[in-house]
Design a protein around this ligand. Sequence first.
Ligand code: KG4
Ligand code: ZN
Length: 357
Amino acid sequence: MIVLGIETSCDETAAAIVTDAREIRADVVLSQLDDHTPYGGVVPEIAARAHLQHLDGLIRRAMAESGLGFADIDAVAATGGPGLIGGVIVGVMTAKAIAAARGLPFVAVNHLEGHALTARLTDDVPFPYLLLLVSGGHCQLLVVEGVGQYRRLGTTIDDAVGEAFDKTAKLLGLGYPGGPLLEKAAALATNPGRFDLPRPMVGRPGCDFSFSGLKTAVRRHVEELGTPLSAEDQADLAAAFQATVAEVMADRCARAMRRFKETHPQGGALVVAGGVAANKTLRARLQKLADREAMPFVAPPLRLCTDNAAMIAWAGIERFRLGQTDSLDFAPRPRWPLDPTAKPAIGKAGVGSGVKA
Ligand code: KG4
Ligand code: ZN
């Protein structure tokens, strides 16, 4: 089975071709970074226009790289949400057009499910598993029981963790996109233990997250130090922020692991996914925790953590194999929670179903 996947939900335009033998035949991603950098963040209207401009060329490139023709494709999958709606519409309409023209099945993929199932593409991880989903719009702990079967154990009550990285990077004067720049700055720290930041939620019952207090603490330090910060201050603060986030994550995951083990005595892996999963300090901290808890730990390769279309093609394969295709009437969904039964977190309604994934 060979599936063409399309991703257009945020600021990456991407197309990929993946087989049910877990083979990535092509995987092309075009970052719109240069289009958005002057504005310090993603501008939805610019993103939608850029997807429109580049998507057909990227699909052509993916087809050429794979050495396949449209006659070899068995289904077309596109991100159907959640995300910036203009971009999602571009991807969905393109996929529907190809499906209609070629008489192929169409699968509308939940972008979050794309992240969630990536570890099955890369490492063949069996269900069930415990998933830490950390991206620009989400920060959730979920039990993944199967395709389309998610139980949320925790979510953020304010900012998503990627958002916290991005905002903190801005406060430090590091620019956009915050996550990778902050990680780079932290690597240059000469005194990573210099700042002691609060660890929101650590030790509290439950598996929820909070990051706004941490961000405020960084802001106070920045104000005390005075802007622009020296490179040394930037690096030390970045290192403190990153280490604190990793500690918070480890604490929340440890609690989720306990709950997972109670409900799933047969065991399962700890999996991390989403853009923030590219962070090496976080990966190392989670590996240490998983070793302590005797749970396998799976983190996809860095390029499959950040947004890509291989994960959308793969989720399309998983759904298609189960006969779960969508009609050409499918309407793009700006919001699309993985666990629709989970209540909105206290503090910020709708966080679990946010607009960015
Ligand atoms: O999953 P993703 O590519 O897009 C969304 O669906 O949101 O995640 C993007 C987020 C951004 O907030 C970005 O700053 C963060 O992931 N990110 C990182 C790193 N690489 C990307 N955060 C920390 N460390 C990184 N290396
Ligand atoms: Zn994403």
